[in-house]
Design a protein around this ligand. Structure first.
Ligand code: NAP
Length: 608
């Protein structure tokens, strides 16, 4: 390609060499010196396409058992942070039969994440440069009758600092640069290196199980996206101008959700159908913008003025002042273009339009609003809430206490998060936009963790806790603060009906001076000595509860003040039969907004 991005007149641009080609030249010179005692300078290598360029050496060093050579990277006219870097290869003998092995020296990174062409734990020297170096070694070994078992250590002095300006930290490549290149040649302004990095970013996001990535046109948009979604660093793609490069790769390698974020001008071009948003390769069409204003019913003078505007932002400023949602329409059109490229591959798109300061001007959300609500469940209210949302954008989390939980719409995950820290990380990884803590009022630990996690990774949180039961006339309640007090309150010789959950039974079993009947959802793995078990899952009915209390000659009921209707009939039956109830009060809720009904929780979510 010979076009300059700013559209200036063409001139042939100088090609350059990749870090992989430079490392191959350096390794060839160093291995030759190890075999012959002399460094070839210039040193000639063969590129994958068959070309045989020569490189001047900028560094030579000969030790007893190893030789080093270095080449200064000339990236040609490609704007590249590694231009001018010294690429050094040190070659020393390896163990017999080891073949060629690679080490990362100073300034060359190590791979730490899945998803790259090189597995974690290996130096970030890509497959093609490895092959080029191995082939150079094989050729020389054959020529000089050597076994060719060598260790090649590639280093780039200052590479660790340079790497901070590359995608490496984001791709999980730590400590330095990557040795890259598939052809050995840097084609000026081909932009292929950039697009390549977007692709690797998608690979890494997929390999790490992310279901939401964000491609931004620049750093302002990226920071703004982070304020909204708080994604992992590994889920951020430096899309730059290459919307097409990102979307076409996602079509073949889908991630469930992608946010495209950018300024109004760039995203107007996407909305017009351009996939390359560079100013040299696509232009804002002011007639198109004017037509959109007309479509939105903007005042005639605004529609007219837009046709002659200088910049897209000028049009936007006027539209905002007139209260015309132009940026929302542009976002919607851009989303439609992106979805067209993705071609039903399973990736949904959100488009966010920001102003120059990162303020959100327009938005076209994911299907279903893009909200990702985490319901902390394990209760019938939590299940009703997931159903109320039809499972769209909903993840219900269960502790895993119940063997066969009721089927739920939406995604269901099971098991602890690993404390506050684990839950905070989960909110981050899954891009959770709101948490509803609908756990049982007695599940105090998870509620505490949810409060802390939503504070640490600022996430709106609501507690859904049904109202506690109130003592009614005729009730004989003995209210206690915790299970230990409930155990202590049982009169000697009592026949007790326990409805406190499987986890709590052991403490009651110690009261060998009373007879215990416990109702549980699932039988415990081991029988609990001294406790007779019945299974049952609410809702219960009054008649059956009355019959159960009478049949077993129950003289005292122990219950948690759970609230709700499903398990209330036992209390009504106890009242009728004049049986005392040892009622365990609820632990205090953590601070935060509380609603008592599923309807109110649905309302709260709708308002967000
Ligand atoms: P808890 O004491 O508050 O929590 C203990 C640990 O279990 C938590 O630290 C957490 O592990 C994990 N956990 C609890 N709820 C979870 C959820 N919804 N999703 C993922 N992990 C969860 O809870 P619990 O009293 O044992 O109750 C466990 C579950 O049973 C709750 O979901 C609750 O809604 C349900 N439930 C409880 C009762 C009751 O009387 N306690 C009655 C009916 C239903 P990590 O720290 O590893 O994240």
């Amino acid at each position: 390609m010979t076009d300059k991005p700013d559209g200036a007149p063409n001139r042939p641009l100088r090609r350059g060499w990749t870090t992989g080609a430079c490392a191959t030249a350096a390794a060839t010179a160093a291995y030759t010196a190890l075999l012959t005692g002399d460094f070839p300078d210039p040193v000639t290598i063969r590129l994958p396409g068959g070309e045989t360029p020569a490189f001047a050496l900028a560094w030579e060093s000969k030790g007893g058992a190893e030789c080093s050579a270095g080449v200064v990277k000339d990236a040609g006219d490609d704007p590249d942070v590694t231009h001018g870097a010294l690429i050094i290869a040190t070659v020393r003998r390896g163990e017999a039969g080891s073949g060629v092995t690679f080490r990362a020296g100073e300034g060359v990174g190590m791979v730490t994440k899945e998803g790259l062409p090189i597995p974690p734990g290996e130096p970030a020297i890509n497959p093609v440069p490895r092959r080029m170096m191995a082939e150079a070694v094989a050729g020389l070994a054959a020529q000089f009758g050597d076994a060719g078992d060598v260790v090649i250590e590639v280093s780039v002095p200052g590479g660790a600092e340079i790497a901070q300006k590359t995608w490496n930290p984001r791709l999980g490549i730590v400590g330095g640069l990557s040795i890259l290149g598939t052809t050995g040649i840097v084609v000026p302004f081909s932009c292929s290196a950039w697009i390549h990095s977007i692709h690797r970013g998608i690979d890494v996001a997929r390999a790490n199980g992310f279901d939401h990535v964000a491609g931004s046109t620049g750093s302002t948009s990226e920071q703004a996206v982070q304020r909204i979604h708080g994604l992992s660093e590994l889920a951020l793609l430096d899309m730059g101008d290459f919307a097409g490069g990102m979307l076409k790769y996602l079509r073949r390698n889908p991630v469930p959700r992608v946010t495209i974020a950018g300024g109004f001008g760039k995203l107007t071009k996407l909305a017009q159908g351009f996939l390359d948003l560079h100013s040299g390769r696509s232009q804002v069409d002011f007639t198109w913008l004017s037509d959109r204003l007309a479509e939105l019913g903007a005042p005639a003078e605004l529609v007219e003025e837009a046709k002659g505007a200088n910049t897209a932002n000028q049009v936007l400023t006027r539209a905002v002042a007139a209260g015309v949602p132009l940026a929302d329409l542009v976002a919607a059109r851009a989303r439609a273009v992106a979805l067209g490229v993705l071609d039903d591959c399973g990736t949904d798109v959100e488009v966010l339009v920001f102003d120059r300061k990162g303020g959100l001007e327009g938005r076209a959300g994911f299907e279903g609003g893009g909200a990702r609500v985490l319901i902390l469940g394990g209760t019938s209210d939590a299940a009703a809430l997931a159903r109320g949302l039809s499972g769209v954008g909903v993840i219900t989390s269960l502790a895993g206490r119940t063997k066969a939980p009721a089927a739920l719409p939406g995604e269901v995950r099971v098991g602890g998060f690993g404390g506050t820290e684990g839950l905070t990380a989960y909110l981050e990884e899954r891009g959770i936009t709101a948490v509803v803590d609908a756990t049982h009022p007695f599940a105090a630990t998870i509620s505490r963790h949810a409060e802390a996690a939503c504070r640490l990774r600022p996430t709106p949180r609501l507690m859904l806790a049904r109202l506690a039961w109130d003592k009614q006339p005729g009730d004989r309640w003995i209210e206690v603060d915790d299970m230990a007090a409930a155990v202590a309150a049982i009169p000697a010789g009592a026949r007790v009906f326990l409805t406190v959950g499987r986890q709590e039974l052991a403490a009651f079993a110690n009261r060998t001076d009373a007879w215990m009947l416990a109702r549980v959802i699932d039988l415990p793995e081991q029988p609990v000595a001294g406790v007779t078990l019945v299974t049952g899952r609410g809702p219960f009915d009054l008649e059956a509860e009355r019959a159960l209390l009478v049949e077993h000659g129950i003289t005292v009921v122990v219950a948690k003040n759970s609230g709700g209707t499903a398990s209330y009939p036992k209390l009504a039956a106890a009242r009728e039969l004049n049986i005392p109830v040892i009622m365990v009060r609820r632990p205090a809720l953590p601070p935060g907004e509380v609603v008592g009904t599923v309807e109110d929780a649905l309302d709260w979510l709708k308002r967000r």
